[in-house]
Design a protein around this ligand. Structure first.
Ligand code: SF4
Length: 278
């Protein structure tokens, strides 16, 4: 199996430092308590890495296993924000375990960024249990398309559009900081997502492209011609001038933030320091 052709050169600035990318753009640390993820997104980088290093197979990934050691651990105060989770999601099946770890982490005075594609059934108990710590908790809901057809294809087991919107609204109404990640954008109609989520976003709306899509699809979806076709359609959109037009449309919008994939493409300033969330 060939390793990913990761373009390390493009991630370095002239001083030799590495630009923050991926989860590093949002948080100094990541925390996960599970291997595999029920949502089974076709573009999932964590899944591709797990397959590459023989920790999973394309079919095993959607049958996750909790990491017992992560549940028993006592978490300390860390400098900088912790993103939870980054290589799985919070679902009804692992909710109790996630809540137990989250309570442990925020109890120590940590700031937490919860990044998830949630249903209301997951967000309601999260908001109820974490309410005393809400000043230290930000929800970032991932929504890459307003179309359930598109979401169902790319994220087969994840909650649908209206469920994610309802979850976002609930978190905002309970007094949490709220944010949305449109990374990766899954079609060329992301403006619909932006206008739908805006009333419930207190913090930011992130726009980003799918990274290394061909390589990831080859790992995650072998023998799936539909995935190859859809990936090529998405790449065609990403390569088009639509990205530049999106930037022109939203560049003065204080809520909109651009992920490193777009910063790099458009020649925007790219932070080196991790966790700046800018
Ligand atoms: S929800 Fe996140 S971790 Fe889970 S499969 Fe999708 S991209 Fe991967």
């Amino acid at each position: 199996m060939r390793p990913f052709p990761i373009d390390l050169k493009s991630m370095h600035n002239p001083a030799g430092d590495t630009y923050a990318h991926g989860t590093q753009e949002w948080a100094r640390h990541t925390l996960n308590i599970q291997d595999g993820c029920y949502h089974d997104c076709r573009y999932c980088y964590a899944k591709a890495l797990a397959i590459r290093f023989k920790r999973s197979t394309p079919t095993d990934w959607s049958h996750p296993r909790l990491r017992v050691k992560a549940l028993d651990k006592s978490y300390r105060k860390r400098a900088g924000r912790i993103m939870f989770p980054s290589s799985h999601d919070i679902t009804e099946d692992n909710l109790d375990a996630c809540l137990s770890v989250l309570r442990n982490v925020v109890n120590r005075g940590n700031d937490v960024l919860i990044v998830t594609k949630p249903s209301l059934a997951v967000v309601k108990p999260l908001c109820r249990e974490l309410h005393p710590y809400r000043s230290s908790v930000t929800f970032r809901i991932t929504i890459g398309s307003a179309s359930d057809t598109v979401l169902r294809f790319w994220e087969p087991n994840a909650p649908r559009y209206r469920q994610r919107l309802a979850a976002l609204k609930h978190a905002a109404e309970r007094g949490f900081q709220t944010s949305v990640s449109c990374e990766p954008m899954l079609d060329d109609r992301i403006e619909k997502v932006i206008s739908d989520v805006r009333p419930y976003v207190t913090d930011s709306i992130w726009i980003g492209q799918a990274n290394r899509l061909r390589q990831i699809i080859a790992m995650n979806c072998p023998d799936d011609p539909d995935a190859n076709t859809k990936a090529e359609e998405l790449l065609e959109f990403q390569d088009s001038s639509r990205i530049e037009n999106l930037y022109l449309k939203y560049r003065s919008d204080r809520q909109i933030r651009w992920k490193d994939s777009i910063k790099k493409r458009l020649g925007l300033s790219r932070p080196v320091m991790h966790g700046l969330d800018v």
